[in-house]
Design a protein around this ligand. Structure first.
Ligand SMILES: Cc1cc2nc3c(=O)[nH]c(=O)nc-3n(C[C@H](O)[C@H](O)[C@H](O)COP(=O)(O)O)c2cc1C
Length: 375
């Protein structure tokens, strides 16, 4: 009996299994709008059997984009295209949600396939905002330090984005507080050197995360789940670390956050080899947060094998398995994982005639099938 393929309920949302499509920037938008690419890309992963399909980091303000081609949710006009994605994912039995994000000092940078560094104003770039004025590195733009009013406006933008997620038919929100983007920049003492009520102590550095979650909850109904992605550690002395992540997770549990998606890194450049990347390398974060903060967690990072995904949830080390690159390689991974684990998978009826073991074309039974397929 597979645990990976048992349903999982958060508030009034029941996921059909434990597999989540991790947020993945597609850098394929103009003026923040979703388009056919996003419908097909996210829709295929719903067809492929994932239980929850999350958008890429979707910018809550135009200056909160990583690149000019990011997906956005800063105006009401964005809602209609997003609702197409929600409708299609739902029609395939998957829940759909947004990863609400603000890039902070990592904004106004090039899309990954165009190289590194800042986008010039004449190419559609802008001056990003951050806790202070230090750029991420020499090739990134120098940010402007946020004022009190600027911070208040960003919190409001997260709230408005939550309302638009709801309007689009979203059932889940994940707040992006990881990977060196704005909320993480405030959490980490390596970046946040402010001396006002937004910097310094743990209480001050976590204020933006907490206020953002509270603002979202003013419009995001109690019946719908709210997730937060953290970088569990900065992998750097004096930085944000697992103990602080656990402490903040405990606080957010009391702010109606349902699950912590436990990622890591990204707030400062690190020498190559610092992060011990390997299969399941971030799982110990999810496990400790779950145990010590008493909150559900999602494990993410180099999860590629059905047996590993199964063991993660079966052993109670995490509640959900959040997958990125393996689901790019194979949108149908959940369907095959189910077969491997002896579970029933939700093959779409349109694909039912292809249901069978992989690499099976030479198998006798499938040659027989092939002959029947001329109709
Ligand atoms: C193409 C691509 C885009 C990504 N974009 C985002 C993003 O928008 N938000 C985010 O939190 N993480 C993003 N990530 C990180 C993934 O969500 C995930 O945490 C990471 O790839 C590790 O999981 P994996 O080993 O299953 O790929 C991205 C990763 C990839 C490969």
């Amino acid at each position: 009996m597979s645990v990976l393929f048992t349903p999982y309920t958060m508030r009034d949302v029941t996921l059909r299994n434990r597999i989540v499509v991790s947020p993945m920037c597609e850098y394929s938008s103009v003026d923040g709008f979703a388009n056919d690419w996003h419908v097909v890309h996210l829709g295929s992963r719903a067809v492929g059997g994932a239980a929850l399909v999350l958008t890429e980091a979707i910018a809550v303000t135009a200056e909160g984009r990583i690149s000019p081609s990011d997906l956005g949710i800063w105006k009401d006009e964005h809602v209609e295209q997003l609702s197409r994605i929600a409708r299609f994912c739902n029609s395939q039995g998957a829940a759909w949600g947004t990863q609400l994000a603000h890039a902070g000092r990592k904004g106004s940078t090039k899309v990954t396939w165009e190289g590194d560094g800042a986008v010039a104003p004449e190419d559609g770039g802008w001056v990003p905002v951050a806790p202070g004025t230090e750029p991420f590195n020499d090739s990134f733009p120098r940010p402007q330090a946020l004022t009190e009013d600027g911070i208040a406006a960003i919190i409001q933008a997260f709230r408005n984005a939550a309302q638009r997620t709801l309007d689009a038919g979203g059932e889940v929100i994940e707040v992006h507080a990881a990977h060196g983007y704005l909320i993480h920049q405030f959490l980490s003492p390596l970046v946040n050197t402010r001396t006002d009520r937004w910097g310094g102590s743990f209480e001050n550095r976590t204020r933006l995360a907490i206020e953002t979650v509270r603002a979202i909850r003013t419009v995001w109904p109690e019946r719908l789940p709210l997730l937060v992605r953290f970088s569990s550690t900065d992998y750097a002395a004096g930085g944000w670390d697992l103990e602080q992540t656990i402490e903040l997770s405990r606080i957010l549990r009391g702010e109606a956050v349902d699950l912590v998606d436990a990622s890591s890194g990204g707030v400062v450049p690190l020498p190559p080899g610092t992060i011990p990347v390997g299969p399941l390398y971030q799982l110990p974060f999810a496990e400790r947060i779950r145990r010590e903060a008493g909150i559900a967690t999602g494990a993410v990072g180099m999860i590629t094998e059905p047996a590993d995904a199964e063991a993660i949830v079966a052993s109670g080390r995490a509640d959900l398995v959040i997958m990125a690159r393996e689901l790019l390689r194979d949108p149908y991974w959940p369907l095959y994982a189910a077969r491997t684990l002896g579970a029933t998978a939700p093959w779409p009826k349109q694909y039912a005639r292809a249901e069978g073991p992989r690499a099976s074309l030479t198998a006798r039974s499938h040659i027989a099938d092939e002959r029947e397929i001329h109709n």
